[in-house]
Ligand binder design. Sequence first.
Ligand SMILES: Cc1cc2nc3c(=O)[nH]c(=O)nc-3n(C[C@H](O)[C@H](O)[C@H](O)COP(=O)(O)OP(=O)(O)OC[C@H]3O[C@@H](n4cnc5c(N)ncnc54)[C@H](O)[C@@H]3O)c2cc1C
Length: 476
Amino acid sequence: MFDVIVVGGGVIGATILRELTKYRLKVAMVEKESDVAMGQSRANSGIVHAGYDAKEGTLKAKFNLLGNLMMPAYTQELGVKYINNGSIVVAYSPDEIDTLYELKSRGEKNGVEGLEVIDTETLRALEPNISPDACGALLAKTGGIVCPYELTIASIGNAMDNGASLYTDYEVCEIVKGVDYFIVKSIDGRELSTKIIINSAGIGSGDISKMAGDDTVHISGRKGEYILLDRESQGYCTHTIFKTPTSKGKGILISPTVDGNILLGPTAQEVDVPDTDTTSTGLDYVKQTADSMCVRVPHYNTITSFAGVRAYSDTHDFVISHSDKVEGLINVAGIESPGLTSAPAIAKYVVEELVSALLPLVENTDFDGRRQSDHYYSKLDNDSKNKIIAQDPRYGKIICRCEQITEGEIVSVIRRNPRATTIDAVKRRLRAGMGRCQGGFCQPQVAQILARELGIPLEEVTKSGKNSRLIVGKTK
Ligand SMILES: Cc1cc2nc3c(=O)[nH]c(=O)nc-3n(C[C@H](O)[C@H](O)[C@H](O)COP(=O)(O)OP(=O)(O)OC[C@H]3O[C@@H](n4cnc5c(N)ncnc54)[C@H](O)[C@@H]3O)c2cc1C
């Protein structure tokens, strides 16, 4: 019997799982996909929002600010890349200047420090490629960027190193409530029992809540499509550039990523099912909007496009509470933007305030919150690399030419918590296949390493779990 089962391996479940391991609790995470960080925590803008956007008094405003303040130390402890690059909200017509002052005032009420409305000249000095239409901006110095899936994977890996269990390919299809426990069943017939369920299933969190007996959580999906530019565009902009928001939301942004790419997007389109296909209409809209925001956008460096689906609640705020209907169920649902930013703060609140009201929390004095980055090897100087290669020659063999990823690093993420068992899982941990050629050269080799390390036939290696096989049979 577990004390707590966390349903959903996105950044919210991940940070909660890690927080739980700071206490002497038996905890597990169940995730329906073959890997963690495959929902909206895989495909988002990666912005650590400053906190001027959410309406004062909302949970979004509260956790955005706290999460923003926690993020530098949180990422440093886990070896996750984070850059405090600052955000700017640009007015592209004089009548938008008033909105900048409204955002500044709202941000200040939310507790955000360092907000400043800047003139065109200062804006141009910060971002030389800004459109000639720009006539002022709100500068939020505390805005930042982070890699969302790296943060998720590192939090879960660290939680597992501190004793948590992870069950992947575990799609919860039924929850049976006992007197003071639950049985959580998966579609493949597995069953786990637990005293508490934390429902952080993203777009599936309405269904999970209903399975447990609470039908009050209503979640819908809004798709966002993106275009990613190659690292050759690095330096095109250094801040995250937003348009002045409208009633429809923050709109399209242009931002550097922590890995040196440039990101354009996202769109906002209501969807009934978790649909992550990109469309020519959506991507054209992203391009055209980016061209209206900045000049000479280097579209020729486009290497890929992708989409993520925001899971939002009909309350239009985060749902973070004990269920009123089912004792032992904690809903952490409707965590749309700024959920990535808020994650460490939400996790602390959920464990310290909500779990503690149901179970006594005894400190785990063995907890070690540090984790070596999956990218540590690439950061070493040549002498240090040579020492490692002398012990393990696989670190001298480059597999991904674009990103310079070695066989040794790939083997390491296949063996390390949470284990990479698919080609995309290796890609999310190391960026093998994320460069200019998008895996054209390295994918077959990564597949062979996976087959060897997992002890499975090459035909059984998948791109991203389930039926996503690359090889269907032999021709001769
Ligand atoms: C387009 C877009 C842009 C965004 N930009 C930003 C941003 O710049 N900054 C920011 O702060 N936030 C941003 N967000 C919001 C942020 O991505 C989310 O708040 C955050 O990722 C939510 O994480 P989560 O863990 O709740 O959900 P998810 O990451 O979706 O995780 C839920 C998990 O539950 C699993 N699951 C679902 N059903 C079941 C089941 N039946 N059994 C088992 N597992 C199940 C899913 O497979 C999934 O892995 C953005 C979101 C989107 C979509």
